[in-house]
Write a protein that binds this ligand. Structure first.
Ligand SMILES: Nc1ncnc2c1ncn2[C@@H]1O[C@H](COP(=O)(O)OP(=O)(O)OP(=O)(O)O)[C@@H](O)[C@H]1O
Length: 431
């Protein structure tokens, strides 16, 4: 694996993966490993398992690639190959420059050493001099938010503390390539927000990023290109929407709609479920939903009845937020009963900034006139996001169900706002 950025022209690939793959040996029982070692000439005592096969990929400086795929698709394997923590069984992986990684599996820390000692070890392994480490160690410790625990052995840390420390180091070493495996859902709301902001800064500074997430929404917001892996093979590689649209369709079918959650998010994605009643003031750097009220044709409730293309829905979301961070944005989501998103409206897209009291509390309101859904029962949910509409703070979904009726025999979930006319009434037929 090459590692000199200085010799690399900026238009040359910073990461080049050529026909790379990883095959694991699967032993039926631990003793078979020993038999294989002692008796290699006989029939193999293992079965090959192909975790990754024939991956070709090139990334230039500053490119951000999102990697998606269902569990076991090979995402972490690819990230570990690029990081260099495992070697390919075939093909080549070439990287240029300093590679820092925040991997889901294994932080690379020595559990017997303190957090502080591990910072020195990790940063030195990544090529920082002692003076460079000393100039940044305070900010690394502060960002990780581990406090006095920093001088305790890492084996005493919670898993969240370990990942926070790994995140803080990896994002403080001026890496040329940053590899992020599902790390944006780590920690509490305030840490998640700060890590989001930091990754955005790193992206803007021109670092090449490989970003793996189950949160399709994050990939859409962050990445220039996307790679969809399935059963160890590249299913699609290309522009973000070119890859994510068919991936989402696949996921819908794959999960048979049962687990599909709004914005591709789930609790692991870091959205706090605020469907419970009003909560205390939010922690620093965070925002919370305090209460949600839903009206249909002026009637308040959580089981509401109305008419397709006629009823008016109003939703009011009271929120609390840290007044030191920008005001949150809000989203309203209509879903089917099995959780498939049918439509959404996002305040960020409309450029509205919600007014807040000095305490950080505010109220977001939305009105949907003449609901364009066909007859049926639907879920109404609300979400709070950061000011960029990227990082999710909180969700309450469903907050209400609406049952719509319609006399027509139209099919599908949407009632198209079309108007039929006589062909002879329009000038077009004459042309
Ligand atoms: N050391 C190993 N030995 C045997 N099989 C392995 C090993 N590591 C990974 N695998 C297998 O390789 C496949 C790909 O795993 P990988 O962790 O890359 O998937 P993933 O897409 O990251 O999944 P997830 O979303 O669940 O993290 C899986 O079937 C996994 O069980």
């Amino acid at each position: 694996m090459s590692s000199e950025l200085s010799t690399t022209h900026s238009r040359d690939p910073v990461i080049r993966v050529t026909n790379a793959g990883k095959t694991y040996r699967m032993y039926r029982q631990p003793a078979d490993r020993l038999w294989q070692y002692l008796w290699p000439g006989r029939k193999p005592w293992f079965q090959d398992f192909v975790a990754l096969e024939g991956v070709n990929l090139e990334l230039r400086r500053g490119e951000v690639l999102g990697i998606v795929g269902v569990n076991g698709a090979g995402k972490s394997t690819l990230l570990q190959l690029v990081t260099g923590t495992i070697r390919p069984s075939h093909g080549e992986i070439e990287t240029h420059g300093r590679v820092a990684a925040i991997l889901e599996l294994g932080s690379g820390f020595n559990p017997e050493f303190s957090g502080r000692e591990n910072i020195y070890l990790n940063a030195a392994t990544l090529g920082l001099s002692r003076a460079e480490i000393e100039s940044r160690i305070d900010s690394i410790i502060e960002f990780a938010g581990i406090g006095l625990h920093i001088d305790q052995p890492v084996k005493t840390y919670s898993s969240g503390m370990v990942v926070r420390l790994a995140f803080s180091i990896a994002t403080s070493v001026d890496a040329d390539i940053l590899i992020i495996d599902e790390a944006l859902s780590v920690g509490d709301g305030a840490f998640r927000r700060r890590s989001f902001d930091r990754i955005m800064q790193i992206k803007q500074s021109g670092t090449t990023i490989l970003f793996c997430s189950h949160v399709v929404f994050h990939v859409e917001a962050f990445c220039d290109r996307a790679l969809w892996l399935h059963r160890g093979k590249v299913q699609k590689l290309g522009g973000v929407s070119e890859v994510l649209r068919p991936y989402e369709e696949f996921i819908d079918a794959y999960e048979n709609d049962v687990n599909a959650l709004p914005f591709g998010q789930n609790s692991a994605a870091g959205l706090a479920d605020d469907s419970s009643p009003a909560m205390a003031a939010p922690p620093l750097g965070d925002a919370r939903i305090l209460s949600v009220r839903v009206w249909l044709d002026g009637q308040l409730g959580d089981e509401l009845h109305g008419h397709s293309q006629a009823s008016c829905l109003e939703v009011e979301v009271a929120f609390a937020s840290d007044p030191k961070i920008p005001a949150p944005t809000a989203a309203l989501v209509f879903s089917s009963e099995n959780g498939k998103i049918l439509g959404s409206s996002i305040s960020h897209t409309q450029g509205l900034v919600f007014e807040r009291a000095a305490s950080g509390e505010g109220i977001a309101r939305i009105t949907v006139n003449r609901i364009p859904l066909n007859k049926g029962r639907y879920r109404v949910g609300v979400y709070l996001f950061c000011e960029n509409g990227l990082h999710g703070y909180a969700m309450a979904d469903p907050v209400a169900h609406i049952q719509l009726s319609h006399p027509g025999v139209e099919q599908g979930v949407l009632l198209l706002p079309g108007t039929w006319a006589n062909g002879t009434d329009t000038a077009k037929t004459a042309a």
